[in-house]
Design a protein around this ligand. Sequence first.
Ligand SMILES: [Zn+2]
Length: 215
Amino acid sequence: MKEKYTPHEIETKWQQHWSDAKTFSTEVNRQRPEYYVLEMFPYPSGNLHMGHVRNYSIGDVVARFKAMQGYNVLHPMGWDAFGMPAENAAIKHGIHPASWTWDNIANMRRQQQQLGLSYDWDREVATCHPDYYKWTQWLFQLFYERGLAYKKKAAVNWCNDCNTVLANEQVVNGQCWRCDSIVVKKELEQWFFKITEYADRLLSDLGELKGWPER
Ligand SMILES: [Zn+2]
């Protein structure tokens, strides 16, 4: 046995073995108890940071522990890959948001695989992929048909130089975080979800959550 731990040698070997043997792929099996481990889908910003590593390592420990206890563990991964951050990054780097997003996903997937996380990669999803967002569109249509999605004008943070809406956290001291222009309020037609329709039901159903602290 070697005295020294050589991660590139040892980890690469076993990661390849796990990949070839599909060690972490999950099949439906009603005979075994099931366990679902979902950490969170990262936003594909380009690189994993230590916060990701901590979060996914903890989930990975739980998934492996439950698998060793005999559970049929479903441990998937995906990408929260739609929206304004991708558009803003594309503007900043002068590239198409799709290529920026898919390149980042490829790199972050490589990093996760290098960490040896026990994901079932056959179940990977990306919210920017048509296979995924056809379902969010289907849900939206249901909301719309039932009067739970509606349009109205509302004031948003607007940067005249970037020609885009800014989230509250992208406004720093009244200025755009990217170009320092003064942010203005602009009336824009927007979509809203009628979440207030369910406020009372949500509140009263809290009583059904057992074992949660009162606060
Ligand atoms: Zn700006």
